[in-house]
Design a protein around this ligand. Structure first.
Ligand code: FES
Length: 173
């Protein structure tokens, strides 16, 4: 999924609802069966929808609410809590650089500046080819291996410019 991605929606009672794939619906229903309360299945639902679209937004909240049998407001509220799910289209590789104290003391700012220079974008932006987005995020719980960043669902730790160069080259292919 890249920054220019679009997806199909249907209009129900004047509200746009994302069209989930049968596989996504199946995953959400499976999660529903594992929890006593429907809203408890919202996190696996976010993972399933994120896997399909690469981010979460309002029409997707509507679709999740419909499958879970809860309100859109409940889904939207939960989504604001889980900040690691993008709420708008992002690049194929979402680079989340930790900015908290251990990483800051070990060069997170320099790392971010270096990434911005290498990719020609600022924090919060996506490269024109849709391959990379840079975010600054709160502690990712890997303070002992600072500075670090998460790219999609993988941690990259004890970062140096050399390691960043090698990683970007690999991801750009
Ligand atoms: S401060 Fe960076 S991972 Fe905790």
């Amino acid at each position: 999924m890249n920054a220019a991605a679009t997806y199909q929606t249907v209009e129900k009672a004047g509200v746009r609802v994302a069209v989930l794939s049968p596989a996504t619906v199946e995953k959400i229903k499976h999660a529903l069966g594992r929890f006593p309360k429907p809203l408890s299945a919202v996190l696996p639902a976010f993972h399933a929808v994120h896997e399909q679209f690469g981010y979460l937004d309002e029409p997707m909240y509507e679709a999740i609410a419909e499958v879970l049998g809860v309100t859109r407001a409940e889904v939207a509220e939960a989504a604001t809590f889980y900040t690691l799910f993008p709420k708008q289209p992002v690049g194929k590789n979402l680079i989340m650089v930790c900015k908290n104290i251990s990483c800051a003391l070990r060069g997170a700012d320099n790392l971010i500046s270096y990434l911005e220079k290498r990719l020609g974008i600022k924090v919060g932006e996506t490269t024109p080819d849709g391959k990379f987005t840079i975010w600054k995020v709160e502690c990712l719980g890997s303070c002992g291996t600072a500075p670090m960043m998460q790219v999609n669902d993988q941690f990259h730790e004890n970062l140096t410019r050399g390691k960043v160069d090698a990683l970007l080259e690999k991801l750009a292919k």
